[in-house]
Design a protein around this ligand. Structure first.
Ligand SMILES: N[C@@H](CCC(=O)N[C@@H](CS)C(=O)NCC(=O)O)C(=O)O
Length: 286
């Protein structure tokens, strides 16, 4: 019997495809139920989860706070995407695309909603004047890499990660296709980081903050359990950069916010103040 799939004339939704995320996926958008979001005291309200896209934003917020920007203090609420929290009416009002992260800024004349993780980084970097150079040419290069990440990471996460780690069976064709692309991306980053401390040179920017949660986590063995499979040691510049960034206090703090899995010293579902993070990090084994 052939195992080749012959697409029907018109595709119809089969909710029993067995994949890890099958229960939440539907071919329609919009709210599935009525529920308001929680709201804390700070001007910035983040609704997120510590996936790489979520980590980008909490890392930037923690970096801003450590840089002395008090106005960057925030409340962060965990959105359980496996429990369909992203389909509540409250969440959909902040992000009609029903994906974390989503941010509300109540410090402006009218409340501002911001969605798409790359845009949230740009919004916060511009608002507070940090981690984005003011020089036009340098800013443009940072944005080149920020937009590169936003376009490329779905091949790593939705492509490689999905088929290597989450799909109900190991299928050779998509794993080959997306491993090829992931390794091409790692090779690109390795060349870009040759002779540079950070993605665009000597300055740590939102390009690093966007790229590290994806490619840094993968090469450090913190995503998809794929470090050996991808032969990450063959990208020495990426490895050096990933380890350097992992040690930054803002990264150590931001990566655990809205994390609802893992060890007790790296898990903080909701964050309302710096001390919430301090008490979790105090449990890190010495
Ligand atoms: N392009 C979006 C992607 C966000 C995204 O894919 N979020 C995932 C978690 S990493 C999500 O919320 N998935 C829930 C769903 O698909 O229902 C961004 O960068 O913000």
């Amino acid at each position: 019997m052939s195992t080749t799939y012959n697409p029907p004339k018109v595709w119809t939704w089969d909710d029993e495809n067995g994949g890890q995320w099958a229960s939440i996926n539907r071919p329609t958008s919009g709210a599935r139920f009525e529920r308001d979001l929680s709201k804390g005291e700070h001007a910035l309200q983040l609704y997120s989860l510590a996936t790489p896209n979520g980590q980008k934003v909490t890392i930037l917020l923690e970096e801003l706070l450590l840089a002395g920007v008090k106005e960057a203090d925030y409340d962060a609420y965990a959105i359980s995407i496996s429990d369909s929290d992203q389909f509540s009416s409250g969440f959909v009002a902040v992000n009609p695309n029903s994906k974390i992260p989503a941010l509300m800024d109540y410090s402006e004349d009218e409340p501002v909603r911001v969605f798409e993780s790359g845009h949230i980084l740009l919004y916060l970097a511009e608002k507070f004047g940090h981690f984005l150079p003011s020089n036009h040419a340098e800013k443009t290069e940072v944005l080149n890499w920020l937009f590169w990440l936003q376009g490329s990471a779905p091949y790593l996460g939705g492509g490689f990660g999905h088929f290597y780690a989450y799909a109900p069976e190991k299928f050779e064709y998509p794993i080959n296709r997306f491993t090829m692309e992931t390794k091409r991306q790692l090779d690109l980053l390795d060349k870009q980081l040759e002779g540079k401390t950070y993605i665009v040179g000597d300055e740590y920017t939102i390009a690093d903050i966007a790229i590290w949660p994806w490619y840094g986590n993968v090469v450090l063995g913190l995503a998809y359990n794929a470090a050996e499979f991808l032969d990450v040691e063959s990208y020495p510049n990426v490895m050096r950069w990933a380890k350097l960034i992992a040690k930054r206090p803002g990264v150590e703090r931001g990566r655990i916010v809205n994390r609802t899995w893992g060890e007790e010293w790296e898990m903080l579902a909701d964050r309302h103040s710096a001390s919430d993070i301090d008490s979790v990090l105090a449990k890190v084994p010495k």
